[in-house]
Design a binder for this molecule. Structure first.
Ligand code: ATP
Length: 361
């Protein structure tokens, strides 16, 4: 059976377009190996599109996202392109809300052959997943901020029972799957329950849901202590789950642990739709130079295959995901390929070529 999957592709702005080209080349290389096809259609959206047309996320693009089997997303936003209220153009937030992509999933692991900024020898075995609640928390305030004259501004943190239950369950089930694959099977919920009512509520719900998963070790930690411990001993964590704003901040922190944004893939996942994108932004400082590291985008495509494999009970796709991950690991392990953030000279094309050669070899 040579089944085809429809992938809506939104390259976006800046290096989003460059790393997307790499991921699509890798997908086309893996397709014949697993006997599957990917019908990748590109759709306009982003800050450049807004500057040209006044629309950041055209309705046909959102519709194409709804209809596709999965969405591959580059990066969007440019510092000099602003909406009427002065904020950046970030249609990825609109897509998250429109498709109810409530779980922001950010897996982080160290790669043999690439240095980490941490000197501790245990840093070589960092392997954790940060699960960020994507639809409420402090981001509920987006577009709802209140000015009190010119004296004060208020933004509201919203934590609902339904929203917290589903994200906690998502994290607990993920830990269950990781446990089946030989990992620890542990979830750390990150909050600030010692100060805020909303966060005490979050903690109570996490503890309720955790009781349904007795085989998973669970704990709660304050976000400030987590910022410390994620630098001191990140290897002791398996799955982390947290509200939207804390997740936004901690996902950059955990990306830094393995050498930067160019290595950090992510998925925004709901019950019906899945969008996969690198954790980094459009990096206007390096756009157009061919030096962006495409690894995060390539690994996001592998995450997409894993998610599709689960949804369609199609193990060939999971084989494709493993093949891409292995090719990425092998490309770096020998030391011949080293991205520029790691002090090397390898640009986008060289890294992409190295991964594809290993896929085909
Ligand atoms: P956003 O707010 O959308 O996350 P940002 O401007 O805060 O965007 P990025 O665009 O992710 O952040 O860039 C942060 C830094 O990381 C920049 O110096 C950028 O050059 C670097 N960077 C990001 N992604 C990559 C990549 N794939 N390869 C190399 N460097 C990258």
């Amino acid at each position: 059976m040579n089944k085809n999957y429809a992938i809506a592709v939104l390259p976006g702005d800046g290096i989003g377009r460059e790393v997307m080209a790499s991921a699509l080349a890798v997908l086309q290389a893996v397709a014949p190996r697993i006997g599957r096809g990917f019908d990748t259609r590109q759709h306009p959206a982003g800050a450049q599109h807004y500057a040209e047309t006044g629309q950041s996320l055209p309705a046909p693009t959102l519709q194409a996202c709804r209809e596709a089997d999965a969405i591959l997303f580059g990066a969007m936003g440019l510092p000099h392109v602003r909406g009427a209220d002065g904020t950046e153009i970030i249609p990825q937030l609109d897509i998250r809300f429109a498709l109810d992509l409530y779980a922001g999933v950010r897996p982080i692991r160290t790669f043999e052959g690439l240095p980490t900024p941490l000197a501790h020898p245990e840093a070589a075995r960092i392997d954790l997943v940060l699960v960020r609640e994507n639809t409420e928390g402090l981001f509920y305030a987006r577009g709802r901020g209140v000015m009190q004259g010119e004296d004060a501004a208020l933004d509201t943190m919203k934590i609902t029972r339904a929203g917290t239950e589903r994200i906690c369950d998502f994290a607990l089930k993920l830990a269950q799957r990781r446990r089946e694959q030989g990992r620890a099977g542990q979830v750390t919920s990150v909050d600030k329950a010692n100060v805020f009512q909303s966060m005490a509520f979050w903690r109570r719900i996490f503890e309720e849901r955790a009781r349904r998963f007795p085989e998973i070790a669970t704990e709660s930690a304050y976000v400030d202590a987590m910022a410390l411990n994620l630098v001191l001993k990140p290897w002791r964590y398996d799955v982390l789950v947290t509200e939207n704003m804390f997740g936004d901040i901690l996902s950059d922190l955990v990306a830094a642990l393995v050498g930067g944004m160019g290595m950090a893939p992510s998925g925004d996942i709901g019950d019906r739709h899945g969008l996969f994108q690198p954790a980094h932004g459009t990096a206007p400082d390096i756009a157009g130079q061919g030096i962006a590291n495409p690894t995060a985008m390539i690994l996001s495509a592998a995450m997409m295959l894993d998610w599709l494999a689960d949804r369609h009970q199609d193990t060939a796709l999971a084989d494709g995901a493993r093949a891409i991950e292995t090719a990425v690991q092998q490309a770096f392990a020998g030391g011949a390929v080293r991205p520029r953030e790691f002090g090397g000279t390898s640009g986008t094309a060289e890294i992409t070529r190295a991964v594809i050669e290993r896929l085909q070899g």
